[in-house]
Each structure stands twice: as C-alpha cells, then as structure tokens.
Design a protein around this ligand. Structure first.
Ligand code: ADP
Ligand code: ADP
Length: 225
C-alpha cells in the first residue's frame, strides 16, 4: 500500500493570499483527516492533490508516482469528491454513473455494467438507481459522488468537506462508507468538524492559515485538542 508524501508545498493566489505555506505531510494508508477552519487552505491542498491546480513549489508523491509531473498517471487511480458535487437533476443515478464510466474509459458495455452495478450496491443506491438525481437527498447525492469517485478503483480518494449539509443519520452512514473504503486505499477527508476526524480517522493533521499546526495519530491527539 502506498503512502502519500507532501513536501514543502506552497501556493500563493494571484490576489496575494498565501493559501499554503510550506506544507509537509506523510499520509499513510487508511483514513486521514485534514482538520481546519474555513479559509485554512484545505480545499487548496485537496485540489492540488487531485491534480486540479499546481503548487508554486514543492513535491507530492503517491508511492513512486510524481503527482505534480505525472498527472495523467495519477488521474487514472485517483478519486475526487469536490465540496460541491454538481449533479444533473434530470438524469437517473444509473444513467449518469454509466456516462461517467464511459468517460473514465470503460468502453466495454458488459464490464461497465458490472462495475456500475457494484458501485451502486456498495453506496447503497441500487434500489434508487432509477430515480432522478434531482429528487435525491443530500446524503444520497454525496453517496452518488462517492460512486463516481470510485470508478476505476482509485488508490487515492480525496473527499473535501463531505458532511456539510447532511443530517445526523446520513452523516454517520456516509462516514462509515468512507471508513470501509479506507481499507483498500488512502482516503483523505477534509473537514472543519472535529467529530468527523476523531470518530473515524486513524491519523490527522490540523491546518490553519496555510500552515500545519499538528500532525499526529488521532488517538494520541484528541485528548490535546
Ligand atoms: P484570476 O485568474 O482572475 O486571478 P483567481 O485565481 O483569483 O482568478 O480566481 C479563480 C477562481 O477562484 C474564480 O472562480 C474566483 O471566483 C475564485 N476565487 C477568487 N478569490 C477567491 C477566494 N478568496 N476564495 C475562494 N475562491 C476565490
Ligand atoms: P478552506 O478549504 O480551508 O476553506 P481554501 O483553500 O478554500 O480554504 O482557501 C484558503 C485561502 O485562500 C482563503 O483565504 C481563500 O479565501 C483563498 N482562496 C481560495 N481560493 C482562491 C482563489 N482561487 N483565488 C484567491 N484566493 C483564494
């Protein structure tokens, strides 16, 4: 299983905001929590890990793969659930997942059907597959986002502030799903909710104003927070 290594990553936006100030983290397999208040730099770091933006300097490695310079390779084994997952309200889950699977390169119809069926079952949406996404609850939409992010069996799953707007039952269900997935791959969860991290993540970092304040095993850190 691969670790994710982040070394001396910096990012300053065009408006002069220094969003990431020399970030270094070692993220082991399992579930990892990136905890910090609004504006701390979480989304900037998550988008950078997801190869959607480049840092001004620094290195990022997933196992042997250079995340900044081997983007295509990383993208093949990367899943990303953005903070606001836009869905097409008139499509059904089944239709849209099939469409994303085609984009991901599943050209064989039978193979695609097998993969999408497995993902809809894993995310507990199989019974709802013929419903339009516009009628989905927040939790169902987030689980659909996970199904999309899992296409291609990613080694790295990046989930940005996923529990905002979920009711308590949906939140627990969603976090348990992520926890199951973390047995197969690195799962990084960004959140401003301490319970998201303390309940499920084995390791955590706290970020504020673009700087890492603490990097620790959760069971050792929670008493101090
Ligand atoms: P530009 O290329 O004009 O410099 P920016 O990098 O400032 O653009 O912004 C890129 C995107 O990020 C835009 O969609 C913008 O709305 C958004 N954005 C700009 N400033 C902020 C901010 N402070 N926080 C979050 N998003 C921002
Ligand atoms: P978080 O996800 O922890 O809320 P962000 O990474 O979104 O933090 O933002 C970190 C800082 O960078 C904030 O001050 C935010 O306003 C700023 N920022 C984010 N995106 C942009 C952008 N595109 N252009 C300019 N400033 C941005």
């Amino acid at each position: 299983k691969d670790c994710l290594l982040i070394r001396n990553v910096c990012k300053t936006y065009a408006n002069g905001v220094q969003a990431l100030n020399n970030i270094s983290l070692t993220i082991p397999p399992g579930m990892y929590g990136l905890l910090g208040p609004n504006g701390a730099g979480k989304s900037t770091l998550m988008r950078t890990l997801a190869t959607l933006q480049e840092p001004d300097q620094g290195q990022i490695f997933l196992g042997e793969t250079d995340v900044i310079n081997q983007k295509e390779e990383v993208r093949r084994t990367l899943g990303y659930l953005p903070q606001e997952f836009g869905v097409y309200p008139k499509a059904t889950a089944e239709e849209l997942l099939d469409y994303f699977a085609v984009l991901k390169g599943f050209t064989n119809r039978a193979a695609r059907k097998e993969v999408t069926e497995g993902l809809l079952k894993q995310t507990n949406l199989w019974d709802k597959r013929k419903q339009k996404l516009g009628g989905y609850s927040g939790g169902m939409r987030q689980r659909f986002g996970v199904a999309v992010a899992l296409l291609g069996n990613p080694k790295l799953l990046i989930v940005d502030e996923p529990t905002a707007g979920l009711d308590p039952a949906e939140r627990v269900r969603f976090l348990n799903l992520l926890s199951e997935l973390s047995e197969q791959s690195v799962v990084i969860l960004s959140t401003h909710i301490i319970e998201d991290v303390s309940e499920l993540c084995t390791n955590l970092a706290i970020i504020n104003k673009g700087t890492i304040l603490l990097e620790a095993q959760t069971d050792k850190a929670v008493a101090d927070i």
